[in-house]
Ligand binder design. Structure first.
Ligand code: MN
Ligand code: MN
Length: 292
């Protein structure tokens, strides 16, 4: 990997690790989600990075893709809270998540953490992602839970937060053979439910699909704002400025200029925990960029 890319991946990872460590103790039953989300995103910027995506705060059965809306008054309550944080420096991304449990299910949190540790221990050139998935599944089922089978980790590329290869959370037939300089996010999810997630009815996160010509002025201005500020990285509705945001967003969705990231929730309503780190494959192992 060239020196600049390596340096920026490491800087993004270090910022993320610090922000995550500072954010965790701020989570509490009576704390509004928006307070933690804004703390995370503000701290990332204060330390010289940019959010690679909105701070995701997904509670209980929601596995991913929730972030507070513009009003954002809801509190954590006695929930199982996943903080999923992304940082980029010049487009080089770090992606990591922790679960803070206010619900009294510490073993479910341990299960995804143990699975992540087991997966990271395997990473080196020549290892197939199917072996990583098998290790994750084994660790989680060892706790008596199920991995969420239809959520995966992923590759990271410059300004692209969800790239090939998929990193499965279960044993699969055909995986991908890791090679030096691959940058991947490994993210096991554990649940006491069915182990499947589906899309839910809330959309607070969006991303640019294509820079289509748009005639309606509010929509055209919004598309320019999105392209200038976030490029191909996901953004939150609450980050957008200007008049009639919801109207402009709906116009951009209609013409296919942007897409949604609806919440993903466990189909039976069961609790979900998550752990995630970003890992760079080195010549003989790996470097976890998001670990202090
Ligand atoms: Mn993540
Ligand atoms: Mn990820």
């Amino acid at each position: 990997m060239d020196a600049e890319a390596l340096d920026k991946y490491r800087t993004a990872g270090k910022i993320l690790a610090e922000v995550c460590r500072e954010a965790k103790p701020k989570v509490g039953v009576d704390v509004p989600l928006i307070e933690v989300a804004e703390f995370v995103e503000g701290s990332i910027r204060a330390k010289g990075g940019q959010p690679a995506f909105p701070c995701n705060i997904s509670l209980d059965r929601i596995a991913a893709h929730y972030t507070p809306g513009p009003k954002g008054e809801s509190t954590f309550g006695e929930s199982m809270a996943k903080l999923d944080i992304g940082v980029h420096v010049g487009g080089y991304i770090a992606d990591a998540a922790v679960t803070v449990d206010l619900s009294g299910h510490p073993e479910l949190v341990e299960a995804s953490q143990a699975a992540l540790d087991a997966a990271i221990a395997l990473v080196k050139p020549g290892v197939n992602t199917s072996e990583i998935g098998a290790a994750i599944e084994k660790a989680i089922t060892g706790y008596g839970y199920k991995p969420v089978a239809n959520l995966t980790g992923h590759g990271l590329k410059r300004y692209l937060a969800h790239e090939e290869p998929a990193v499965p959370n279960r044993r699969i037939e055909k995986g991908y053979v890791l090679k030096e300089d691959d940058v991947i996010a490994i993210e096991p999810f554990a649940t006491d439910g069915s182990g499947r997630i589906s899309e839910g009815p809330i959309n607070e996160i969006f991303g640019l699909t294509s820079r289509k010509p748009v005639r309606i002025p509010q929509a055209r201005d919004l598309l320019k704002e999105i392209d200038d500020k976030y490029k191909t990285l996901p953004f939150a509705r609450r980050w957008l400025e200007g008049e009639r945001i919801d109207f402009a967003l709906s116009q951009l969705l209609r013409v296919g200029a942007i897409h949604r990231y609806p919440i993903l929730w466990e189909v039976e309503g069961a609790l979900v925990s998550q752990a995630e780190h970003t890992v760079m494959v080195t010549d003989d192992g790996c470097e976890v960029t998001t670990k202090i």
